[in-house]
Design a protein around this ligand. Structure first.
Ligand SMILES: Cc1cc2nc3c(=O)[nH]c(=O)nc-3n(C[C@H](O)[C@H](O)[C@H](O)COP(=O)(O)OP(=O)(O)OC[C@H]3O[C@@H](n4cnc5c(N)ncnc54)[C@H](O)[C@@H]3O)c2cc1C
Length: 411
């Protein structure tokens, strides 16, 4: 049995950040990961500015695939292109990005054990024991950053409800760099209307485009068909390899801490409902859990009551944004044409959303702002459509008159 101050299970962004935080504070830390690092992670790999700001170090160019300067928002006949002069999303490949975060945890002093699966976490009176297929570890505290199918979570909270689950499919399609430059023009594409509570996306990388679709897990069965038709729109036909994965979105009904245990990232369900962004909250919660662990060591108190401080702090800073994000998602998926269309067609709405992504604005403030503006946007959209029909009717009539005049002249 090996002994540490803190054991972190799972070396994704949440676990690696938690391990770096505790190791930097001088606590002996081990990071246990079931895959060999670098490991594949099914993900779009889009990082918001707010995510990068959470890191206490810069991301080197070798980790960055591309920077994107805006988006195409598409729904039925609405196709809005919004481009700005600053980067709104940094694209990475998760195996490379996550391995880099693990390097930073090791640099801080954390020990890493990869290719080792945590099978069970057992809380005892004076310590907590983690059993892997290779050996036993003990510590004063465990931080569970082991993702949506977390083993650590079994000792903390009940299983996810169906409502809390989203399902995604991804396919990376290789293309020459010049084709990607020409096709994507340093923008991301988000296309709505394929799936409730979600969207399809195309994220440009260096040598491939990362396509994906995700939304309500209830529609998982029909998702393959929707994804095939989305890929066909991009000229991707034939046999693309789809890979699926779940995303958990907490409804904050259960605690994410127990005696000697804390969960972070996907294991805690900390993902944004509106856009499925989870790397940001994984890093935020990993860091907070790490700081709480350091505080618990100072007080020599590892009880649930003490660790609840982490949960309360996370909720105090993020819950209102996450709750508003879920409300807006539900509203948009219940009334996609009425609500979502007008929002997508409105440039100021998207420009202010970019500010949410960069961390300059709060999601809840953005959501309230657009809800107040929504009646006007709906009327505006309605008037635009009447105008468009009127113009097209006028053009048809003119063309018809011209045709008749020509026929008369020919006779
Ligand atoms: C298809 C898809 C696309 C997405 N796109 C984006 C995006 O573009 N931007 C964004 O911000 N978010 C995106 N997300 C969400 C994001 O991927 C997650 O929210 C994020 O990875 C959560 O980080 P984490 O550290 O909590 O968990 P993970 O990244 O899932 O890491 C968990 C780690 O724990 C390990 N592990 C699991 N079980 C055990 C065990 N028993 N023992 C030891 N190790 C274990 C796993 O191997 C893994 O390495 C996407 C998700 C999906 C599914």
């Amino acid at each position: 049995m090996e002994s540490f101050d803190v054991i972190v299970v799972g070396a994704g962004p949440g676990g690696a950040t938690a391990a770096r935080t505790t190791a930097l504070a001088g606590l002996s830390t081990v990071l246990i990961e079931k895959e060999k690092i670098p490991r594949e992670k099914r993900c779009g790999g889009g990082l918001s500015g707010a995510t990068l700001d959470e890191l206490d170090f810069p991301i080197p160019d070798r980790v960055i695939e591309r920077r994107c300067y805006g988006m195409w928002g598409i729904q039925n006949n609405i196709r809005s292109e919004v481009r700005v002069d600053h980067c709104v999303a940094t694209m990475v490949t998760r195996s490379v990005f996550d391995a880099f975060l693990v390097e930073k945890a090791m640099e801080a002093g954390a020990r890493v054990r990869d290719s080792e699966t945590c099978l069970e976490v057992h809380v005892e009176r004076e310590r907590v024991v983690v059993r892997t297929e290779k050996m036993h570890y003990c510590a004063m505290l465990v931080i569970g950053g082991d993702g949506v199918y977390s083993v650590t979570a079994k000792a903390v909270r009940p299983k996810w409800s169906k409502r809390e689950m989203r399902f995604c499919l991804v396919a990376d399609i290789p293309l020459p760099k010049e084709c990607i430059d020409q096709k994507m023009k340093e923008l991301v594409e988000l296309r709505y209307g394929y799936i409730a509570q979600g969207y399809a996306w195309a994220f440009p990388k260096k040598n491939h485009i990362s396509y994906g679709i995700g939304g309500s897990a209830k529609q998982a069965r029909t998702l393959k068909r929707s994804f095939s038709s989305y890929l066909a729109l991009h000229g991707v036909t034939g046999k693309a390899r789809f890979k699926g994965w779940h995303i958990p979105i907490t409804e904050f009904r259960h605690d994410v801490v127990a005696d000697r245990l804390m969960l972070c990232g996907d294991a805690a369900g900390f993902v944004d409902s509106f856009n499925g962004e989870g790397i940001h909250y994984a890093i935020v919660s990993g860091k907070m859990a790490g700081h709480t662990a350091v505080h618990a060591f100072k007080k020599r108190d590892f009880s649930k009551r003490m660790l609840l401080g982490y949960q309360e702090e996370f909720c105090r800073r993020n819950k209102r944004d996450m709750v508003w994000s879920a409300r807006l998602t539900n509203l948009c998926s219940r009334f996609p044409r009425l609500v979502f269309g007008p929002l997508l067609a409105d440039r100021p709405t998207i420009l202010r959303y970019f500010k949410v992504m960069s961390g300059e604005d709060h999601f809840r403030d953005w959501a309230l702002w657009i809800i107040i503006r929504l009646p006007w946007l709906i009327v505006k959209r309605f008037l635009q459509r009447i105008k468009a029909s009127f113009v097209s009717l006028r053009d048809d009539t003119r063309r018809q008159a011209e045709r008749e005049e020509k026929e008369e002249q020919e006779m």
